[in-house]
Design a protein around this ligand. Structure first.
Ligand code: GLA
Length: 431
């Protein structure tokens, strides 16, 4: 046994601190005052993983961890961007030359997520926009599968919306749902086309539409959303988030390959999206190629597509069941909590075995949390690294965090970061 290090807790900065950090950075680098500060949160997805690009339901909550942008419009079309990591090399770009990945106007690095939103809004007819100076400060852990990139996009989207007087976001207390849908689409386009990560709409929807105290029921078929109360504390529970710190990257090929598998399976099954499959058994038989002659390579491919589809269809069913139980009563009985935990466990196992997006760090964190009495534990987000969530009794989080920290030390993994998540507000103006 290695000596167990202390738990590293990574709570969110307060809104006041986040806003002040962004504002101070702005003044230090650009001089003068920003016109305002806007924030947008990261998220955890409670369940409904890798189903958004298959038209299925998701159930995210917004985190108190957020990106803050201090912004001031410019009289020209220039955009200057700075974050605490880039104070020595302020990015300077031009709205007239920005273009998609692979084009002459392609944008490198984190700037793509911010300027990409301006580009996408203009593409959607909300332009021309003024150039702007923007200082970013974020406490959403990077590369942790907690939607740090959607937080950048959505904070920029609400800022540009406000500064251009588009009125799409409304306020945090009186959100314009339809307008926010437009900002979600622009943020997602920025991520897909300018940053080059072909993700679904879960993260941007969560960051833009979530509200304090609620989980968001997202129907990815039509991107419609509704709020559902998420007060697990009233039922004696908390949600522990374990950032495994195993590096996570969606711009690499694996995420795209999973999407391609789902599209290939949908084509074989004659549906637009896997959510449209009506007969599970028949779909499994078709994908298994029952009765068809095939070689070894083709059989392996069919087995893979079958496993991917099994994950997607079972995850859609689990998510619907989870939402139904969550909404069945204001207080969740011990028995219901066990069922919810079981659904989370099954979700993780399916992501591990059929979808193959977990890594040893995620599996170890999940195993330890379960062994230490969590109702359920699963990876959250895209996988290939990133974070685990565990549904636990209030107060049990610390013991589990300690046990995971010890197990990671034994395995020689990086030390995990942990916090307890409570459902926070979606994107909006801070000051
Ligand atoms: C990432 C993507 C989302 C979603 C999840 C998996 O977070 O950005 O669109 O596909 O992975 O559920």
């Amino acid at each position: 046994m290695t000596n167990t290090p202390d738990i590293i807790w990574t709570p969110a900065a307060s809104t006041e601190d986040g806003a002040r950090n962004a504002r101070e950075l702005f003044t230090r680098i650009f001089g003068g005052e920003a016109e305002g500060v806007w924030r947008a949160p990261g998220r955890v997805n409670i369940i409904g993983e890798h189903v958004d690009y298959n038209g299925g339901p998701c159930l995210p909550i917004a985190l108190p961890h957020a990106a803050y942008v201090a912004v001031r419009p410019r009289p020209d079309r220039r955009v200057r961007l700075v974050s605490p990591q880039t104070v020595d090399a302020v990015d300077e770009l031009d709205l007239d030359t920005v273009g998609p990945v692979g084009s002459a106007g392609a944008v490198k690095g984190w700037a793509a997520y911010l300027i990409g939103v301006a580009w996408a809004l203009e593409q959607a007819g909300y332009g021309p926009l003024a150039g702007f100076d923007i200082a970013l400060w974020s406490c959403v852990p990077l590369g942790a599968g907690l939607s740090s990139s959607a937080a950048l996009e959505c904070s920029t989207a609400v800022a540009l919306d406000d500064l251009a007087g588009l009125g799409l976001a409304g306020s945090v207390d009186a959100p314009n749902k339809e307008g926010r849908g437009i900002l979600v689409a622009a943020s997602r386009r920025a991520e897909n086309e300018i940053a080059g990560a072909n993700t679904g709409g879960l993260d941007q929807s969560a960051s833009m539409h979530c509200t304090r105290g609620h989980a968001l029921v997202l129907d990815s078929r039509d991107m419609s959303v509704r709020q559902t109360p998420f007060d697990i504390a009233a039922s004696g529970c908390e949600l522990l988030v374990i950032d495994t710190r195993a590096p996570h990257q969606l711009v690499d090929g694996q995420y795209g390959q999973r999407r391609a598998d789902c599209e290939a399976a949908a084509t074989l099954l004659g549906v637009d999206l896997l959510v449209d499959v009506e007969d599970y058994e028949a779909a499994m038989a078709t994908l298994a190629g029952e009765g068809a002659e095939s070689g070894e390579a083709e059989e392996a491919e069919r087995a893979r597509l079958q496993a991917r589809t099994r994950h997607v269809l079972s995850e859609i069913a689990r998510t619907k069941a989870f939402i139904e139980i969550l909404e069945s009563a204001p207080l969740l009985s011990e028995e219901k909590l066990q069922v919810l935990g079981g659904l989370m466990n099954d979700s993780h196992d399916s992501l591990r075995d059929d979808y193959e997006v977990t890594v040893p760090e995620l599996d170890v964190a999940v195993d330890v949390a379960r062994a230490r009495g969590a109702y359920g534990a699963r990876m959250t987000g895209g996988g290939f690294g990133g974070s685990v969530i565990a549904l636990v009794k209030i107060g049990q989080g610390e013991e589990i965090a300690q046990a995971v920290t010890a197990a990671f030390a034994d395995h020689g993994f990086a030390q995990p970061h942990v916090f307890v998540a409570t459902p926070a507000d979606g994107a909006g103006r801070v000051e």
